[in-house]
Design a binder for this molecule. Structure first.
Ligand code: T3D
Length: 261
């Protein structure tokens, strides 16, 4: 049987491919468990960046609704959010390395918000983002109500959430929802080149930058200034900072190891 997640190890980075293409990579429990375990393995220092994408013509269609055909009692969706979707978003945000998402096709429901939880999102020009929840009476989850207004503003967030209209990749880029829309044919080359580049950068510094940006959403300016001070103190102790300064002074390219202080 095909694995629901394909894991490919490269030098310094890991590529994770959601692999249920006949269901547009919708999540069942097996895929959740596989992805959680794979993300936990990327915490290893040897992995300095992660690339997430989908197999086939879709990125991810959110929850597999085939598993939600109701019998008599309604399901407790709060329990599955608590068990699977919330931990997934938390894992990605807490990972001390950049997570790139290559949205290769439609990203709907929790699939769209999974992409938004990643650090840098590239999307194929033909890809679409759909807050599909309202069509089945649900609420945007997996951080949708957090990420959308912060990325694109309240007016657009409300319309996308209430109307579930598809948002094309180019408009998503223009609105600031994602980093970049790229030609379909070059998506994976660009995404892999970007992830390879990130895997050679000062990993500890990027981890601290990620933590600072994560924290800024809930902080006052004062608290954020304190956070930056502490993060900078930690970054200043890393071998990569020393190497970066030396390389600059010696007018050569730095070689970063990603090692902690
Ligand atoms: O339940 C909980 O635990 C709570 C958490 C919820 C999180 C959520 O994500 S809720 C939202 C769930 N997702 C959706 O509502 C999206 C459903 N899918 C669609 O609306 C459409 O499929 C798309 C707009 C994403 C793509 O449309 P299109 O026309 O390109 O493809 P299609 O023909 O609809 O889908 C292709 C196949 O994938 C099809 O199967 P078939 O007919 O070829 O055998 C379709 O049934 C299947 N598929 C697509 N999405 C899902 C799915 N099967 C199960 N679950 C899906 N979510």
């Amino acid at each position: 049987m095909e694995p629901s997640l394909i894991v490919a190890y490269h030098e310094g980075w890991t590529e994770l491919t959601l692999n249920r293409p006949d269901r547009l990579n919708a999540f069942n429990e097996d895929l959740h468990r596989q992805l959680a375990a794979a993300l936990d393995r990327t915490a290893d220092d040897a992995c300095r960046a992660v690339l997430l994408t989908g197999a086939g013509r879709g990125f991810c269609a959110g929850q597999d609704l085939g598993d939600r055909v109701q019998s008599d009692a309604p399901p407790d969706l709060g329990a599955t959010i608590e068990a699977f979707y919330n931990p997934l978003v938390r894992r990605i945000r807490a990972l001390r390395k950049p997570v790139v998402c290559a949205v290769n096709g439609v990203a709907a429901g929790a699939g769209a918000n999974l992409a938004l939880a990643c650090d840098i999102v590239l999307a194929a020009r033909s890809a679409k983002f759909i807050q599909a929840f309202s069509k089945i009476g649900l609420v945007p989850d997996s951080g949708g109500t957090f990420f959308l207004p912060r990325l694109i503003g309240d007016a657009r967030a409300r319309a996308l959430a209430f109307l579930a209209e598809p948002l094309g990749a180019e408009k998503a880029e223009a609105w600031g929802l994602i980093w970049k829309a790229v030609d379909d044919a070059s998506l994976m080359d660009e995404a892999r080149a970007l992830t390879t580049h990130l895997a050679r950068q000062p990993t500890q510094g990027l981890a601290l930058t990620k933590a600072a940006l994560n924290a800024s959403a809930g902080n006052t300016l004062d608290a954020q200034l304190d956070f930056e001070r502490d993060a900078q103190r930690e970054a200043g102790r890393t071998p990569d900072y020393r190497e970066g300064v030396r390389a600059f002074m010696e007018k050569r390219q730095p070689t970063f190891t990603g090692r902690p202080a």
